[in-house]
Write a protein that binds this ligand. Structure first.
Ligand code: CA
Length: 249
């Protein structure tokens, strides 16, 4: 009862802006047979801009993978129809799915399974009972780690701007320019979701700065430096008054 009220409260807190962002963002599948827990995870991820899909049975997830592959899977180990470790093994041994990052949900008593799970190729684990906030943080960290290793990602806009994300290389009209890590991360965020407006707080979130004293103004300073360094390409980064920034080509 209390949990239902909590879920209702969380549902009503998701506003239209967040729904728009969810559409653009990473998709997380949740395989967890306890519906309340699955929903709680789902809602917390949605609040943080993720798209989610819940599965209560392993068989349903495995069937659905033929239609859509997620950016990350949250995998409960104790399932009624299949051992979570078997699910992990199946995914890791299948060429089409082996790249999917996996976070296992384990109970304290499953200490041993946790180790096997990591050996089977799970990326991380969270022990029940867990705080939703911690789980969301782990999801973000694993996805970030995963996307950092995408060395093949490239971006090109006419002959003006070329980015090789793997080589950390930016060319403006064929000329290499030097960006700081933070500037590079901001640029990557903006061009990866071209046309999408990011608030200053979303940008701060994405560049993963842990400095507690940081202010929105910091983003403006980084953007200013970034625009200057990008020369002609700098004007492609637009300020949307009262909201934030976007890359618009
Ligand atoms: Ca379970």
């Amino acid at each position: 009862m209390v949990q239902n009220l909590l879920l209702h409260y969380l549902k009503t807190k998701i506003n239209m802006d967040e729904i728009k962002i969810i559409k653009e963002n990473n998709k997380v599948f949740i395989l967890e047979d306890e519906q309340d827990i699955a929903e709680l995870i789902s809602l917390n991820l949605q609040k943080n801009g993720f798209r989610t899909k819940e599965f209560l049975r392993a068989a349903r997830l495995l069937n659905y993978l033929t239609e859509e592959v997620p950016d990350l899977l949250i995998l409960d180990l104790m399932l009624p129809d299949m051992d979570g470790l078997e699910v992990c093994k199946f995914i890791r041994n299948n060429d089409k799915y082996s790249h999917i990052p996996i976070i296992m949900l384990t109970a304290k008593s499953e200490e041993f399974d946790k180790i096997i799970g990591l050996e089977l190729g799970a990326d991380d684990y969270v022990t029940k009972p867990f705080s939703p906030r911690e789980l969301v943080a782990r999801v973000k960290a694993v996805i970030r780690r995963d996307q950092k290793t995408d060395n093949t990602k490239k971006f090109k806009y006419e002959d003006i701007l070329e980015i090789d994300f793997g080589k950390f290389n930016v060319l403006v009209k064929g000329e290499s320019i030097n960006l700081t890590t933070t500037e590079f991360k901001i640029l990557e965020l903006l061009v990866t979701r071209k046309g999408w407006v990011f608030s200053r707080s979303k940008i701060l979130d994405a560049i993963d700065i842990n400095d507690k004293g940081i202010m929105d103004r910091t983003v403006d300073v980084h953007i200013k430096n970034l625009r200057e360094k990008l020369m002609e390409a700098g004007k492609l980064i637009k300020n949307i008054r009262g909201i934030g920034y976007k890359f618009d080509a």
